[in-house]
Design a binder for this molecule. Structure first.
Ligand SMILES: Nc1ncnc2c1ncn2[C@@H]1O[C@H](COP(=O)(O)OP(=O)(O)OP(=O)(O)O)[C@@H](O)[C@H]1O
Ligand SMILES: [Mg+2]
Length: 395
């Protein structure tokens, strides 16, 4: 019946140019004997709207009828699946209300919706990990840790692999969320850990694997993330991480597959954006001797491949590239890449930077490179390519 859906005082939503949606309510409802219905609404700005419809159209949910608003108590519900009226404005309004109360997480059935707080929040400490460990989803506030715990218990219980998919637009918080999930899995104890006698050696061993898995993050971010207009730390690749557990639910290793790396960024960056972090880290953080040997400079405007984003692109607010370089090196060492190999990689990166500085002069149909160009000499030396061979390649 029409009256059951819309009656005097029923709260609804209207589209709004400024706010997306604005609240309104039914101020009068007239049902005629021929089952036509006249609905009058007033929105929060005082604007009156009259809609002529029929009982059948209301029942069928005719397009254009204002979506219904939920009772106030439901408007901060921690699971959208519990809303009486599930429509776009109600979903957005509930998430916004919760965000205003510093609840950045909301469930929608088995999905967790995360709103980026864009500031450090005290939601991820060891005591919170402890709190979610062993608890069922729904017992505590919605949280990433509850999703991780769910996957962990399902794996232990059923002995089958579990997948957590993190998706969202650039800057939504996927990388941060994936790191918190990894941290949770790396620090949570197997269900029977307390009762099981563990030797000190096995403890050290497992914590080493866990440290190595977590250390993959700074490495992947240094080489695969860059500042964009959307995100100061934007991942320019996708990744699939497999965390491997043994029969006792302890982490024994990880496999990471990356794909779709944006390679064009190495040679070109749009205005205000940057190349991959590692290049800036290397220029800022290489010790004096290495910096000299590799022909690097703390002034990044010396490199064509680093300066195309313009003066506002670097440094990034709140980021010390030199310090980050030290962290990247520590992470590389943790995952077992020797210091010698690290410098071989950095040498290759330096070669790329010098490659970008080579001046190529075009003469009629021919192009030529000056032999004495220091950028040419340094890049060919670091790449191990004879200068003559390099010049022969058609440009
Ligand atoms: N849970 C969080 N707590 C605090 N800050 C966060 C959180 N999630 C995201 N941020 C902030 O938002 C920024 C962007 O997040 P993140 O890099 O995870 O986005 P993304 O979804 O991976 O984006 P992209 O697709 O560009 O890689 C982070 O650098 C951080 O400053
Ligand atoms: Mg990312």
């Amino acid at each position: 019946m029409a009256e059951n859906i819309y009656s005097k005082g029923t709260k609804v939503w209207f589209p709004d140019k400024e706010l997306s949606w604005i609240s309104g309510e039914v101020t009068s409802l007239t049902r005629n004997p021929d089952d036509t219905v006249k609905l009058v609404f007033v929105d929060d700005r005082g604007k009156e709207t009259t809609i002529n419809t029929t009982v059948k159209e209301i029942k069928d949910g005719r397009e254009g009828l204002p979506p219904l608003r939920n009772p106030p108590l439901l408007e901060t519900a921690d699971d959208l699946a519990t809303l009486s009226h599930l429509n776009e404005p109600s979903v957005l309004h509930t998430i916004r209300n919760r965000y205003a109360q510093h609840s950045i997480y909301t469930y929608s059935g088995i999905v967790l919706i995360a709103m980026n707080p864009f500031q450090r929040v005290t939601l991820y400490g060891p005591e919170i990990i402890q709190a979610y460990s062993g608890r069922r989803r729904g017992e505590l506030e919605p949280h990433l840790f509850a999703i991780a715990e769910d996957a962990y218990t399902a794996m232990s219980r059923d002995g089958t692999g579990q997948t957590i998919i993190v998706s969202g637009e650039s800057g939504a918080g996927k990388t941060e969320s994936a790191k918190y999930i990894m941290r949770y899995l790396a620090s949570v104890n197997p269900p029977d850990a307390k009762s099981r006698a563990r030797t000190k050696a096995s403890l050290d061993e497992s914590s080493e694997v866990e440290r190595q898995i977590l250390a993959t993050n700074p490495v992947l971010e240094a080489f695969g993330n860059a500042k964009t207009t959307r995100n100061d730390n934007s991942s320019r690749f996708g990744k699939y991480i497999q965390i491997l557990f043994d029969g006792k639910q302890e982490i024994v290793g990880a496999r990471i597959r990356t794909y779709l790396l944006e390679r064009s960024r190495v040679v070109f960056q749009p205005l205000t954006e940057r190349n991959y972090h590692i290049f800036y880290q290397l220029c800022a953080g290489a010790p004096l001797k290495e910096r000299k040997d590799l022909g690097l400079d703390t002034d990044i405007t010396k490199f064509h491949y680093l300066k195309q984003g313009g003066p506002s692109s670097t440094p990034i607010n709140g980021v010390d590239d030199g310090e980050e370089f030290r962290q990247t090196q520590t992470a590389l060492s943790t995952i077992g890449i020797s210091v010698e190999k690290q410098w071989a990689v950095f040498k290759l990166l330096s070669a790329l930077l010098h490659l970008g500085n080579i001046k190529i002069t075009s003469m009629r149909n021919d192009s030529s490179i000056d032999d004495t160009d220091p950028a040419l000499q340094l890049s060919t030396r670091f790449l191990g390519v004879p200068l003559a061979d390099f010049q022969e390649v058609d440009c």
